[in-house]
Design a protein. Structure first.
Length: 257
């Protein structure tokens, strides 16, 4: 399997794209434009802002609010031959604004029809596009041999069965946003409770350690012997003076008669 070069794409251009415009070849890819239909999932509870498939005049804008899904159809019809398949994407300058392709990234051999891109605005602000604007890219790849397993069915318009699954998506997004804020509040409460518990636990442990130290100090003081005054006699040796020997004085307490 190999990607078609610009030369191969130009040589087979009329086989794979209608209308075929050589100037739309961008490197090895072909640039596809936004067509005349668009659908954006409602961003209000009553869905009045974008509850229907819109028919776009040439140059008319379509707005995709942040957090909303949309379906965009190409202006061109794509025909994938039985010896090839195709890869599709959104142009980088539009991706950088937050538009994400959520509808798939390939086109099967044998498909003929317009391409419908399911997109999601993951950016912070509304994305403005218009009918006729260069928006998508398609590459063709050669298979190792032609296949008989060809795609059946085609799209030429955005239909109600396509938009049905996302017609109420704004509710899901709103619920997810509310749930996210609730989880954040719960986490903040849990962190606060943990901090208070940790502080109280540390205070209790510190108080217990101080109590043990005081008990140890008290026990050490109680274990030390206490000196008591002695009532025994103390002998003082006699002192020899010039006049004779002075007998030692008794330390016997004086008795009074």
């Amino acid at each position: 399997m190999s990607v078609w070069s610009a030369e191969t794409l130009l040589r087979r251009l009329n086989e794979v794209v209608s209308p075929a415009i050589p100037a739309a070849v961008d490197g090895a890819a072909y640039t596809l434009k936004i067509g005349n239909e668009a659908y954006v999932s409602p961003s209000s509870p009553d869905g009045r802002d974008s509850a229907v498939i819109r028919q776009l005049q040439v140059g008319q804008d379509v707005m995709i609010p942040a957090g909303q899904y949309a379906f965009l159809i190409t202006a061109e019809t794509v025909m994938v031959p039985n010896d090839a398949m195709a890869l599709i994407s959104i142009k980088a300058r539009i991706k950088w604004r937050g538009l994400v392709n959520v509808s798939g990234f390939h086109v099967d051999p044998g498909y003929t029809g317009k391409l419908i891109f399911g997109v999601f605005n993951a950016g912070p602000s509304t994305i403005h596009l218009r009918n006729g604007e260069d928006c998508f890219l398609i590459w063709f790849l050669s298979l190792d041999h032609p296949t008989e397993r060809l795609h059946k069915g085609r799209h030429d318009a955005i239909t109600s069965d396509i938009i049905g699954p996302i017609s109420g998506e704004w509710k899901t997004i709103d619920m997810l946003d509310s749930r996210l804020h609730e989880v954040e509040r719960q986490q903040a409460s849990a962190r606060t409770a943990f901090g208070v518990t940790l502080t109280l636990g540390a205070a209790i442990v510190a108080s217990f350690i101080i109590f043990l130290l005081q008990m140890d100090i008290s026990a050490r003081h109680a274990a030390q012997p206490t000196a008591t005054p002695s009532t025994s006699k103390i002998s003082i040796p006699s002192v020899t003076s010039a006049t004779g020997t002075v007998p030692p004085r008794s330390t016997q307490p004086a008795r009074h008669s």
